[in-house]
Structure formats: structure tokens, C-alpha cells
Design a protein around this ligand. Structure first.
Ligand code: CP
Ligand code: NVA
Length: 301
């Protein structure tokens, strides 16, 4: 594995290796037997806001022996129009790796190509692979794994999280159902691009998705960059709120997951979030462990 650009670009085996390694890194936190990033300096180039991703990578790089430099895109020449391929060619000559959060997936792909250094997608409009890896680790810890399980995603199915979940289901063979209204659902072109044996289905009825599910998953209705659509999204997505009623329809032992940040009483009720806070904040903590596994795999020789 040279980069982590998307879940789409990973194989099932690569995903399973990262999760296996994350389990070990989590157990051995504070007394790692090796420091795979020793002597390395990584950059974090962020065009969008972040709490979890920024903190977990800053801590994770340091815990693996490396140092890290946070660069807000607005503070570097990228924000004044310097092309990504020039930025990449400069940074590739000085740094050992880059972690990028931005809008266009193509920018992360171009950075990887032109820099030649390991590049991690820390969220684009298309995918959020680091979040999915942490979620899979949490699902393994909480319900023993994803094999034979049914994950239900509610809300803006067409956003980065919905798309990354679809690729995870395709690569790992579990069932994913996406509950979203028209205009916010995975589109036909995307679904047709998945392998034909992917167990990914779509519905416009939240109850239909909740029934028999093992994981109820949601995300903000207003992804970064969509702020001007907030009012219309809050109306259109309201029937897809994850709440106590849907929870009752899920399988016994089902868990609630939210990638956070959460907007209470919109995509999830305050009550359901708080009664599942342990699993949801475990999921947030797992960003650290899963990403350390990604970093360690990227520098493996
Ligand atoms: N879930 C997630 O990526 O959170 P941040 O936007 O805070 O990094
Ligand atoms: N879909 C959300 C995820 C936030 C972690 C966004 O892109 O803003």
C-alpha cells in the first residue's frame, strides 16, 4: 500500500490488515515495540475544518516516532492559487508523507502522483476512508465484526460517508442499505460502478432500512461546503433522523454510530446520541488507532 486515497482503492485484504494492526496498536499504546516514523516529518494540509482528524493524526504521527506540521491551506500559497501539482513537487522533496483534507478527490490523487510521498485522504467530497477504518474497528470491537451484518446509513447518502460505506460493503461483502430521499441518495452511476456482487441497496423509507440492521449510522445532513443548502436539507432529510423509533426496529444488540460532529435533533436525537455515547466516542477514539495502522502500513518496506 503506497497511499490511502479512498476505500475504493483498497482491497478487502488491505482493509482487514489495517484493522488487525489497529487492534494491536491500540492494545500496545504507550509501549510500541517499534517507531516506524522515526526521523520522518509529515505535513497535514487542511482546506476544511477538523477536530478528530487533526488531533488523531497529530497524536498518531508523534506516537509512531515522527513529527508533524499542520498547514492550513489558506496559510500556504495553495490558498492563493499555486497549483496542487507544484505544491506536491515542492513538498515531496522535503517531507516523508502528507495527510490532506480538501474538496476535490482529484487534488488528493494529484498530490500523491506529483509528490511521490505517501499521501492520505483525510476527507474529500467523495470519500472519508480514515473514518470508515475507525468505524470498522469499532464494529469489530462492539459486535464482533461485519461478516453477515447489516449496516444502515441514514441521511445524506450521496455524501462522502455514504460513498465510502458503499465501497467498504463492496470490498468486505457485508450488507449496506442507504436510506435517503430523492436527490440525496447514491446515484445510479455510482451504484453501477460498484462490483456487481456488492450487497448495497437503496431505499427512501427509513423504517425499511432500520428493520433487521446491526448498525444504525448517520452523519451531518450538511457536509462541509454545503452550508448554503442547510435550510432545504433540514426539511428534506428530517424523515431520516436516527431516533428511538428506528432503534426499536433494529436487531437486538444493534449499535448506533455517528462519525461526528453531531447536530442534535437533526440527524440524531439528543436521547439516542447520549444513550449510545460510549460506542460513539469509542468510534472517535478509534480514529487514532486505525490511522496509526494506516501510517505504519504506508511506511512498511
Ligand atoms: N469525523 C471527522 O472526520 O471529524 P472532524 O471533522 O472533526 O475531523
Ligand atoms: N460528511 C461530513 C463528514 C464530516 C466528518 C462532511 O463532509 O462534512
Amino acid at each position: 500500500m503506497k497511499h490511502l486515497l479512498s476505500i475504493e482503492s483498497l482491497s478487502g485484504d488491505e482493509i482487514r490488515t489495517i484493522i488487525d494492526d489497529a487492534v494491536v496498536l491500540k492494545r500496545e499504546r504507550g509501549h510500541h515495540s517499534s517507531q516506524p516514523l522515526d526521523g520522518q516529518c509529515w505535513a497535514m494540509i487542511f482546506t476544511k475544518s477538523s477536530t478528530r482528524t487533526r488531533v488523531s493524526f497529530e497524536v498518531g504521527v508523534r506516537e509512531l516516532g515522527g513529527s508533524v506540521m499542520f498547514l492550513s491551506a489558506n496559510d500556504i500559497q495553495l490558498g492563493r492559487g499555486e497549483p496542487i501539482k507544484d505544491t506536491a513537487r515542492v513538498m515531496g522533496r522535503m517531507l516523508h508523507g502528507a495527510i490532506i483534507r480538501t474538496y476535490a478527490q482529484q487534488d488528493v490523487e494529484d498530490f500523491a502522483e506529483f509528490s511521490g510521498i505517501p499521501t492520505i485522504n483525510a476527507l474529500t467530497d467523495d470519500e472519508h476512508p480514515c473514518q470508515i477504518l475507525a468505524d470498522l474497528l469499532t464494529i469489530r470491537e462492539r459486535i464482533g465484526g461485519w461478516e453477515g451484518k447489516r449496516v444502515a446509513f441514514f441521511g445524506d447518502g450521496a455524501c462522502n460517508m455514504g460513498r465510502s460505506w458503499a465501497w467498504a460493503a463492496a470490498r468486505l461483502g457485508f450488507e449496506l442499505v442507504v436510506a435517503a430521499p430523492e436527490g440525496y441518495q447514491l446515484d445510479d452511476e455510482f451504484v453501477n460502478s460498484l462490483p456487481s456482487d456488492a450487497k448495497v441497496t437503496r431505499t427512501d423509507k427509513a423504517e425499511e432500512a432500520a428493520e433487521g440492521s446491526d448498525v444504525l449510522y448517520t452523519d451531518t445532513w450538511v457536509s462541509m461546503g454545503r452550508e448554503d443548502e442547510q435550510a432545504q436539507r433540514r426539511v428534506a432529510l428530517q424523515p431520516f433522523q436516527v431516533n428511538e423509533k428506528l432503534m426499536k426496529m433494529a436487531n437486538e444488540g444493534a449499535i448506533v454510530q455517528h462519525c461526528l460532529p453531531a447536530y442534535r435533533e437533526y440527524e440524531i436525537t439528543e436521547g439516542l446520541l447520549e444513550s449510545n455515547a460510549e460506542a460513539i466516542f469509542q468510534q472517535a477514539e478509534n480514529r487514532l488507532h486505525a490511522q496509526k495502522a494506516v501510517l505504519a502500513n504506508l511506511v512498511k518496506r
